[in-house]
Design a protein around this ligand. Structure first.
Ligand code: KG4
Ligand code: ZN
Length: 372
């Protein structure tokens, strides 16, 4: 069964074709990062307008990259929640229209849940995985140069650490669609903390990649930052850590706590910047890994997967692999950040257990959590 996935919940317009949930035939991601970088974050109205401009070409590219026509497509899957309302509307309207015009079943996909399905994409058209294939334009799957071992399909119960710009949660999947939210952030998402700390340090948006790059030259033990203590066994908190970085930078640069965060970056030198990036990154990652390790033992998980934009972080992967005694297959970074291949993959497993939705009735749900 070949499913066309469509994703537009935030600032990436994406379409992809996946066969039987696992075989990646094409994945096109048009990123708006450059457009939003000047504002230091995503501007919802700008995002929606940009989605409208590119959604049709992106879908057509996904079909042509997969060397398929509409006749070959069995169903459409689309992210309908959660996300920015204007952004979600563009993708769902495109999907609803195409489902009606092309007479295809339509499946509504929860964006955050679908991040986990990057880990179910275990095969590519030519049998070769390319670890890093750039994050815009189409995926040159047929030209992949860097073969890596084929990842294996996660085995239930799967413990999923879902960490993105809007979410930080630990979820136990007993089967497809059968999951329990074990814990989540009580304030900022970890990706949001990366983005905010990057702003304080004067590093480029999005903060995750720029902090991890800067951290390569820094000492993770230079600045002592607190790991928050929470009552929920598997819950996270990152707002205190972000404030702790702010206070430490103010202290280091010789100003008091009333000094505006926007003026701090220019007072830091590159060594201090790298040390702050490394110290923050280490503390944030240890917070995530501590809770994941605890849940791994408490629930006897057979597989551990990480998902969402922050799952692209190399240091998170390294430390998690050190602490969890089973082998973890990490998805390529570009399948961790927003894409439509994960949506198409989940669409397949969803279709095995659920009826398609009436395309005239699908509505977006901008704030929908994973708790049931
Ligand atoms: O899943 P995603 O693409 O979008 C949603 O939020 O749904 O995640 C984006 C987030 C941003 O906060 C970005 O800074 C973070 O993922 N991110 C990273 C890395 N790459 C992206 N965080 C840490 N390390 C990275 N290498
Ligand atoms: Zn996402």
């Amino acid at each position: 069964m070949k499913i066309l996935g469509i994703e537009s919940s935030c600032d990436e317009t994406a379409a992809a074709v996946v066969q039987d949930g696992r075989l990646l035939l094409s994945s096109v991601v048009n990123s708006q990062i450059d457009i939003h970088a000047v504002y230091g974050g995503v501007v919802p109205e700008v995002a929606a307008r940009s989605h409208i401009e590119v959604i049709n070409p992106v879908i057509n590219q996904a079909l042509s990259d997969a060397k398929l026509t509409w006749d070959d497509i069995d169903a459409i899957a689309v992210s309908y929640a959660p996300g920015l309302i204007g952004s979600l509307l563009v993708g769902t309207l495109a999907a609803r229209t195409l489902a009606i015009l092309k007479n295809k079943p339509l499946y509504p996909i929860h964006h955050v849940e679908s991040h986990v399905y990057a880990n179910f994409l275990t095969e590519t058209a030519n049998g070769i995985w390319n670890m890093e294939y750039g994050n815009s334009g189409s995926v040159p799957i047929a030209n992949s140069q860097i073969p890596i071992a084929t990842p294996s399909v996660p085995i239930f119960p799967v413990l999923a650490l879902i960490v993105s710009g809007g979410h930080s949660q630990l979820v136990l999947f007993r089967d497809h669609g059968d999951y329990e939210l074990l814990g989540q952030t009580q304030d900022d998402a970890v990706g949001e903390a990366f983005d905010k700390v990057a702003k304080i340090l004067g590093l480029a948006y999005p903060g995750g990649p720029s902090i991890s790059r800067a951290a390569l030259n820094g000492s993770p033990t230079k600045y002592k930052l607190p790991k928050s203590k929470l009552s929920g066994k598997y819950d996270f908190s990152f707002s205190g850590l972000k404030t702790a970085v702010l206070r430490a930078v103010q202290h280091e640069t010789g100003v008091d706590f009333t000094f505006p965060s926007t003026g701090l970056a220019q007072r830091l030198n590159d060594v201090q910047r790298a040390d702050f990036a490394a110290s923050f990154q280490r503390t944030a990652i240890e917070t995530l890994v501590d809770k994941t390790e605890r849940a791994f033992y408490d629930f006897d998980a057979k597989s551990v997967v990480i998902a969402g934009g922050v799952a692209a972080n190399a240091e998170l992967r390294r430390i998690l692999s050190q602490r969890i005694p089973i082998h973890i297959d990490y998805a390529p970074s570009d399948l961790c950040t927003d894409n439509a291949a994960m949506v198409a993959s989940m669409g397949y497993y969803y279709s095995l257990k659920n009826q398609p939705i009436n395309p005239y009735e699908l509505e977006v749900v901008p704030s929908l959590s994973m708790s049931k």
